[in-house]
Design a protein around this ligand. Sequence first.
Ligand code: ADP
Ligand code: ZN
Ligand code: ZN
Length: 665
Amino acid sequence: MSEGMRRAQVLLPFPGEGLFDYWVPEAVVPGQIVRVPFGRGAKLGIVWSLKADPSVPDERIKPVDAIWEGLPPLPEADRELLEFTARYYLAPLGEVVAAMLPPALRRRKREPRSKGRGEEGATEPAGPLPELTEGQRAALEAVPRDGFSATLLHGITGSGKTEVYLRLVAECLAQGRQALLLVPEIALTPQLTERVHARFPSARIVCLHSEAPAGERSAAFVAAMRGEIDVVLGTRLAVFAPFVRLGLVVVDEEHDPSYKQFEGVPYSARDLAVWRARRWNVPIVLGSATPSLESWASCEAGRYRRVALSARASGQPLPTIELIDTAQTPAEEGVSAPLAQAIEATLARGEQALVFLNRRGYAPVVRCGHCGWVSRCPNCSVNLVFHRDDGRMHCHHCGYRETPPRSCPECGALDLQPVGRGTQRLEERLQALFPQARIARIDRDAVRTLAQWETLLEEVRAGRYDLLVGTQMMAKGHDFPSLTLVGVIGADAGLYAAEVRATERMFQQLIQVAGRAGRAGAPGRVLVQTEFPQHPLFRELAAHDYAAFAARTLAERRALRLPPFAFQALLRADDEALEPALAFLEAARTTGREIAGREGWPVKVFDPVPMRLVRLARRERAQLLVEGGRRPALHAFLERWVEALRGLPHPRSLRWRLEVDPLET
Ligand code: ADP
Ligand code: ZN
Ligand code: ZN
C-alpha cells in the first residue's frame, strides 16, 4: 500500500482470537499501543507481531488511525503473560487482552494524558520504623533477593506479615524497581494503601480494583506503562498491570478463593503472579495464616520455601479456642448459655465481641408447618431466603425477590414460618439478650460499597459498637484492636459437604475469624458452637495447628488422588433445558476419550453430570470433569480437545466454557 507502511497483526480486546491485520508505519515495533478503525468505530489494540496473515489480501487491509506516541511498547514479558494466560486457560487471546486493557481506555477516542507526577520514586521512609520482631527478622533473612524464588510466608494472624512485605518493598524501591502487591478483596485495599502511603510518602502508588473510577484505572495503566509507578496495589485484576522494572511480587492472603476470576477468562491471579515473578526473575512472597493446600504441598515438594512467623507482633498469645458442645449445651435460638455469658462479660469490660455466622438474611427458608412446602426460587434450584429489612424472600443466586404468600400455596394453611437462622435473625436474638448493646451487622446486605465499608470499619475501631454480627466479610485480614471475643455459630455446615475443598475453606475461615480476637491489648477468646467437638478438624482448630490440619487433609487428598495430587479441568455447559447441555457434554466426552486414547495421554475423562446447583437464573447446568496426574499431559490433551469442542455442533442457546484448575467441582 502506501510508502513507509507494512502489515502487522494487531491484538484487539475482542471475544475471540482478536488478531487482525492493519497497515502500520515501518518504524512500529511489537507492543506499541495503536488506535485502529474497526467496524464503524475505533478500537485500541496492541501491535502483536510484524507477521501478517497471507490469506487476507492487501486491499482489504486498513491503516491504523494512530500510534500512541510517547507510550513505550508493552514489554515482551507482559506480552508473554497474555500469551501464557491464553494458552494455560485455553482462552482466546482477544478475551485475555480485554482483562488487561482497562475498559475506559479501550473506548477512548483520544490518548489520555498520563497523570504521572514525573518526579523520581521514593524511599526515604516516613518516621521511625517499628523494631522488627525476631520472627520478622528471620523471615526477611530467609527470603532470597536474587532472581526468582517463591516463598510461602506462613504467619499466624497478627504476626506482622505486612511489616515483612513493607521491608521488602523498601528494598525494591531503593533499587529503583517496582513492586506488585495483591490482596484478595477490595475491602482490604484501603488499609494496605494507607500503610504503604504512610511508609513511602513520596512513592507513586496506584490502587487497582474493579470499583476504582474508570478514568483512574486508565490513567494508572498509562502511568504504569511509562514506568511512572513504584507500587501497584490491588485485587486480582492488578496482576495484569504492565511493568517495566518489576522487582517484587507479594500475594497477601494467598489462600483466598477471591483470587480466582469467574467471569470471562477464569484465571487465578495468585498462579499468574507466580508466573510473572518467574518470568521477571524476581522473588514472590505468598503470605497467609492459612495457606492453600496447593501452596503447602508446593513447599513439601520443594518448589516453594516455607517461612513461619509463629508469634504475634504485639507479643499477645493467640486467642484460646474453646468448643461448646451443643449436643450437651443446647443453643437457644442460636446462642448457647456459655456464649451468652462470655458476651455479657466482654461487654461489661467495655470490650468488643463478634458473633460469626456465615449466612446472611433472616431465615434460609420459609416453610409450611402443615404440609412441608418450602419457598423455592422459580429460576434456580435453591430455596428463597427470607429478609427482614424488606419483608421479602430473596434468591441469593439470581436476585429474584417475592413477598411471602399469606397462606401456603400448596395446602392453603396459614402456618408459614421462617426456618433456620441468618445474620438478621441472630442480630434480633442478640439485641433481645443484650438490649443495651450497640450492635452492628456486617454482611453484604448491610455493607454494599467500599465507602460504606470504610465508614463502618472506622466506627468499629472508634468503639461506636459493642457487638458485631458478621459473615465471612469479617473473617479477612482486618485489625480490630478492641475485639476480644469471637463466637462462631453454624460452623458445622461445611463439615460434611461434598466439595473437595469444603473443609479446607471452613478451617481457613475459622482460623481467620478467630484471628480477629485479641490482636492488641487484652487476650482473646474464641467460642465455637458445634455438634461435633470430637471431629479432628475442631481439635486442630482448638490447637491452632494448621500444620496438622494440612498434613491430615493432604494425606486424604493424596490417597484419593485429588488436587493438588491431580490436575483438573472442568467443562461446563448450560442451556434452557438439561438435555441439550448433557448431550453436548456426552459428545465432548466421546471426543475426549478418543483423543486421549489415540495419543496415549493419561487423562481421565469422566461422565457428564448435572451440577449440584443444577438450575441457575433459568439455565440448566451440567459439567464434565477431566483429570490428569501430570500437568503437561493434561494440557496437551486440553489443547487438542478444546479445538474439537469448538467444532462440536450445539443449539444456539447452549453455552459452554472450560475451566482449568477449578476450585469447585
Ligand atoms: P498480619 O497481617 O500478619 O495478620 P499485621 O501485619 O496486620 O498482621 O500486624 C498486626 C499488628 O502488629 C499491626 O497492628 C501492626 O502494626 C503490628 N506490628 C507488626 N509488626 C510489628 C513490630 N515489629 N513491632 C510492633 N508492632 C508490629
Ligand atoms: Zn402447606
Ligand atoms: Zn434464583
